[in-house]
Write a protein that binds this ligand. Structure first.
Ligand SMILES: *[C@@H]1O[C@H](CO)[C@@H](O)[C@H](O)[C@H]1NC(C)=O
Ligand SMILES: *[C@@H]1O[C@H](CO)[C@@H](O)[C@H](O)[C@H]1NC(C)=O
Ligand SMILES: *[C@@H]1O[C@H](CO)[C@@H](O)[C@H](O)[C@H]1NC(C)=O
Length: 229
């Protein structure tokens, strides 16, 4: 019932705005190696729907890169075309930040960046920004480890740490972002850069400060564990 109501609302919405969208949304010359969708494609309505249905922002495209080089390609195209670009991890932002929080963004969906690896020697993990909190809990728990973070299993790691990452262990262990020791990032001009307190320290400081940052197209994060149980 809810689904059919949602669908019909979306159809009405699109039919109201078809003229401007047909001009704005189209295939991007030069994009290759990954899937993306845009207005007029059959999968676009579902790909561009906000979690909070009060927000009906219409992105220019939703892309599903599989490598950081693909992300770089998309960010560079956005930079050259002067288009807002945003990363979407779980897509659960109540204000539709994962769609850019306004119309006409390039949305980089990070669902192909969901790997979680744990290295017992260094006691660190590398977690893709598209991983969900529930999957992270399970993967780390198999190794007897844990992190501070929120309680909704389906929330995506990238968006969660970009805003701090508050949860029931926070008074003991801090925010999720406090555990991050390194980030593979794509800069606004498409350059791929690693950042930690030793490498590109100023970039790391800006990504790790728990505030939304202008180009959150960042990638697998390394984590240290602040508590051992
Ligand atoms: C987004 O674009 C649609 C279609 O053009 C329009 O109806 C809507 O008002 C726009 N939203 C904002 C916040 O500009
Ligand atoms: C593109 O999407 C199709 C259909 O979901 C899938 O089979 C294919 O593996 C995807 N390709 C890439 C490069 O992600
Ligand atoms: C992209 O920006 C970085 C940081 O400002 C800079 O070091 C790099 O040279 C730039 N790359 C290009 C291709 O402009």
């Amino acid at each position: 019932m809810l689904i059919s109501l949602t669908d019909s609302f979306f159809v009405v919405f699109i039919s109201l705005c078809s003229v401007s969208l047909q001009v704005a949304a189209q295939a991007i010359p030069g994009f290759s190696g990954f899937n993306y969708t845009y207005y007029g494609q059959p999968d676009f309505p579902a790909a561009s729907e906000a979690f909070n249905l009060r927000y009906t922002y219409v992105p220019r495209l939703v892309a599903y890169p599989t490598t950081i080089e693909h992300v770089s390609q998309i960010v560079r195209a956005a930079y050259e075309n002067k288009v807002n670009v945003v990363a979407r991890s779980g897509g659960h932002s109540y204000v539709a930040a994962g769609l850019g929080g306004k119309n006409s963004s390039y949305v980089i969906d990070t669902q192909n960046f969901r790997s979680i690896t744990y290295d017992p020697t260094s006691q660190t993990a590398i977690i893709g920004v598209g991983a969900r909190l529930g999957d992270i809990i399970k993967a780390l728990n198999q190794n007897g480890r844990a992190l501070p973070h929120g309680t909704c299993a389906y929330v995506g790691w990238g968006g969660h740490i970009a805003f701090g990452g508050y949860g029931f262990t926070t008074r003991l262990w801090g925010l999720a972002v406090d555990s991050v020791i390194g980030v593979d990032a794509v800069l606004a001009n498409g350059t791929v850069a690693r950042a930690s307190k030793d490498v590109n320290a100023d970039l790391f400081w800006s990504l790790d400060s728990g505030v939304p940052f202008p180009c959150p197209s960042f990638h697998p994060s390394s984590l240290s564990f602040t508590a051992g149980f």
